[in-house]
Design a binder for this molecule. Structure first.
Ligand code: BV8
Length: 256
């Protein structure tokens, strides 16, 4: 099916959907200039694999290195602006909600660009890099928008250090996120996976759950993924191009 036909089909489903659940990954933020999780990293970090740094073991072994890496990413996220894909998702939420429907945005991204774009019902499956927490007490803090001055940063709450409030590999997702995501996957009539490689679990399982519950499923990704062959419609396009077109076809040209 041609991309324009796929977007047309998905826009018809979207304009008639009552309960829409979307899951996003790093691909949605790529067009805001944030490297995706599995792209090789540049410069100082090129010899590190994100999957090894994003673990409690790495933090335990070298808290200075891990907190330096995360603080650099945190500053990049703070400097980034939402792109047309983020903005279109916030519009879609407003349109669905104004019709009495329900829109839930599950995100694996830790950059809070969805919230910056105006999305409100956002479930952060993997936490947030914008918030850090005391390693001893778990108390959270939003650090100032400048770089930490010492690494690992000291906790203001106890004689301990701060860590980013993200979910590392091998760590459980936040309980409230698991509950909200499981409910949104089980109770939607349309589920769209956008800009994710669909290889990280349990996040990648929500698409399957929605499909098993009878939802119409779709994927928007610039490449193919393990989910591509399993959805009802797959749109191979950049999210920053496809999502505004999808919203305009479903709800009319954006008046904002
Ligand atoms: C857990 C936060 C268990 C940190 C991240 C089965 C069940 C449960 C667990 C597992 C399981 N199988 C394996 C596991 C273990 C593991 C896992 O899934 N491993 C994978 C690698 C096989 N899962 C876990 O460890 C999870 N924990 O379940 O704990 C447990 C049980 C009991 C008790 C204790 C523990 C925790 C997973 C969370 C890890 N944290 N991030 C940080 O950000 O530093 S995951 C990391 O990957 C990022 O959050 C990222 O978002 C996520 C997924 O990656 P993507 O977002 O998809 O990004 P990626 O770069 O991969 O892909 C980008 C995509 O976008 C590509 O497809 C590309 O084509 C596309 N794209 C690019 N540009 C565009 C685009 N598309 C459209 N437009 C564009 N412009």
């Amino acid at each position: 099916m041609a991309i324009s036909d796929s977007i047309q089909l998905l826009s018809e489903k979207l304009s008639n959907a009552r309960h829409v659940t979307v899951i996003t990954g790093a691909g949605v933020s790529a067009e805001s200039g944030l490297r995706t999780f599995r792209e090789t990293m540049e410069g100082l970090w090129k010899e590190f694999d994100p999957k090894t740094l994003a673990t409690p073991e790495a933090f335990e072994a070298n808290p200075e290195l891990v907190t330096r890496w995360y603080d650099g990413r945190r500053l990049g996220c703070l400097a980034a602006e939402p792109n047309p894909g983020h903005i279109a998702l916030a519009r879609i939420e407003r349109e669905i909600s104004s019709r009495g429907g329900r829109f839930t945005l599950l995100t694996q991204n830790v950059d809070r660009l969805h919230q910056k774009a105006g999305s409100s019902n956002v479930v952060e499956l993997h936490g947030s890099i914008i918030e850090w927490r005391c390693n001893a007490t778990g108390r959270k803090i939003v650090p100032p928008e400048s770089a930490f001055t010492s690494f690992p940063p000291r906790s203001p709450f106890a004689d301990s250090i701060l860590r980013p409030d993200v979910v590392w590999f091998g760590e459980m997702l936040p309980e409230d996120a698991i509950l909200a995501a499981g409910w949104a996957a089980a109770n939607c009539d349309l589920f769209i996976s956008i800009g994710t490689s669909a290889v990280v679990y349990p996040a990648a399982a929500y698409l399957e759950q929605a499909s098993a519950n009878g939802a119409f499923t779709a994927e928007i990704n610039k490449d193919t993924t393990p989910a591509t062959g399993r959805v009802n419609v797959a749109i191979q396009a950049r999210s920053g191009e496809a999502l505004p077109r999808l919203a305009d076809l479903a709800f009319g040209a954006d008046k904002q």
